[in-house]
Design a protein around this ligand. Sequence first.
Ligand code: ADP
Ligand code: MG
Length: 789
Amino acid sequence: MIGGRLRQVFHRFQGRLIEFDLAPYRKLLARIDAHGENIGKLADSRLQELSGELRARARAGTNLEELLVEAFALGREVSRRVLGMRHFDVQVYGGIALHQGKLVEMQTGEGKTLAAVLPAYLNALTGRGVHVLTFNDYLARRDAQWMGPVYQFLGLSVGLIQEGMTPRDRRQAYACDLTYATAKEAGFDYLRDHLCRNSDDLAHRPFHYAIVDEADSILIDEARIPLVIAGNTEEVIVDPYALAELVRRLRSGVDYDTDENARNAYLTDAGLDRAEKALGCHNLPENMLLLGQLYQALHAEVLLSRDVDYIVRQGKVEIVDEFTGRVVENRHWPHGLQAAVEAKEGLAIQAEGLIRGSITLIHFAQLYPKLAGMTATAQAAAEEFTQFYRLPVVVIPPNRPSIRGDAPDLVFVTKEAKRRALVEEITTVRATGRPILVGTTSVAESEELAAALGRKGVTCQILNAKNDELEAEIVAQAGAPRAVTISTNMAGRGTDIRLGGQAGQYHDEVAALGGLYVIGTNRHESRRVDDQLRGRAARQGDPGSSRFFVSLQDDLFQRFGIDESLARDTDARAADRPLDSPEVTAEIAHVQRVIEGQNLEIRKTLWKYSYVVDHQRQVIHARRQNLLTGQASRSLLRERAPERYQQLLLQFGPAVLDKVERQLTLYHIDRCWSEHLDYVAHIRDGIHLMTPADRSPLDTFHVTVGRAFRDLLTSTDDAIVETFFAVEVTADGIDMEKAGLKGPSSTWTYLINDHPFGDWFQRFYKTLTHSGELIRSLKRALTDQSSGA
Ligand code: ADP
Ligand code: MG
């Protein structure tokens, strides 16, 4: 057996850092325990005094390492008194690692919410604000309410951010010692702050420390999704309904082709001809704007399916998240694609607006000087956590050893056979009374399965995640006797499934039956998502088991052309029995790794695209922030328009001139930055068309965007000076409205589903050499099967 130290070295050797060695944590725990005994018998009021003293020391600049033992012991004792939960040792380990800015892996149901209280408390003692960033609004609310009393007992204030809150309430919540919010809301507030014209309106204080819950989902899966703030504008666009009608009549394989992954579609020459005729345009390839829109329409028609990629509700297109299977509020597709889908469905086109600011979660998270994260599935993503966030991964063992049984996958040839087997399995197991949680990949699949079960007289709860809170309630009941719950992927993530129902009243009965049975109906692109699902079973030492049902017709394998090669084998197709071949199972796991590798490459490439622009954003934001907080070191107006400056200075004094400089600079920075973002988006979307054959698109992008940014800086300065000469200055500064220099009268925020069907550069990664091997081993297995049968 490899010892912890050695294992760590081994992982370091492999080029990544996963910590298993808990010895340093144990030493600290011993001291925390000892201190805990000292304070365990003290009166409540005395504990509160101690907390006040700690706070005073932290604010006086005492190093937090020196306060850790006392603060953790105090936090633990108060949690016991106030919540009736005393941190298990492993939760203390987790807390220490979080304080040290690490990415902590703790299994589902181990109590990460409570573990985070200790480092959150310790760091909040400084008064500099700690953010706990949660997976959704419901969890922010739940955790703030649940853990709030501990902090309050200790004399610290707790704030909560929810979607739709007023700016005033947000400011108040961020002014608290601790703030629970989703990463998205915190990010949107950051973007709003960067459109503020007045420092009193800023929501955020300078960032200090954030603990990210469900960190793999937020920091990896959602990391590349840009948060966007947009302002109103009138834009003229080509009639999207006409384009939707046009592409509807195009024929697959004649007018357009799709690639093997169905992640891209392109017009053939015949298709181009047809489109040109229909649009009365003679040289479509040169009309980039129109061609771009035509492609959006084509993609909307061919690549995005209703009820899989999106649903239509109350006259609006709502996007379904591919990872969670959930409908996501406030998410748009980029650049005209949203409008194209709305046109395809014959809905009213929602205004798009002009993007005023944007940041991806990956760059947002990096704004915190100190960052930590926690999740049940970190190991598989360790490379990314270290590379992008410099967060080492620490694996904390469960409080009680897990006794979950993970059965090997059952692999079927056809989807149909898989479904029959699923229905059979669920019906049989349910008859025993054992609760079952089924994880699917799409809303449609959930509904099909539920219908099939219904015909067998099995009723089930379906979660399509339209309402986090309601969903959480249903998921919480998934451990009750005879419960069958079908849920898309990670719906209800963060909700505790107690064995024997929410109150645990049938715990022993259900445990005797084997505990919760988790069934996956598909292998996901990412092992992490599969592991999350499995982790729903057997929490905190309970019994439980999991199994995946897989078919070779599942989307994951179709992409590799596997289905095609098997189509010739009609005998095997009819087979209802699962394939019994370890080779096939191993190959399936291999496919998953290959796809994970591809996705990682894509994220890396995207990062290479986004970091330049992010750097530019930092330059702009720093200049803005200095102006807002009155820390600007030089005056552009004094330098570039000395005469007028001096004259006005004599007339109105320095305060008015500072205000004028601020008004003009903020206005022009915001305007120019917005134009820049728009330009960058166009460049990025079209970079593969613009790049000469001998150059890499990434280089071309960097050069083009770098040049554009230098131009932006000059033209902003020029515009500021020019306006300074043109406007009227009074003792109140400039009347911006009168001068026609108003910003957008309204703004709104949303998420962009960046490149919903993979990116153009995905093409570079999709040549897969190993699929031949998979097909060969499948063929062997099928031959064995038919000769054996
Ligand atoms: P996670 O986020 O790790 O999946 P939660 O924070 O949702 O887990 O907690 C899971 C359950 O464990 C909750 O019902 C909570 O009440 C319980 N729990 C956590 N820590 C303790 C503890 N120290 N003592 C008793 N119960 C605990
Ligand atoms: Mg949790």
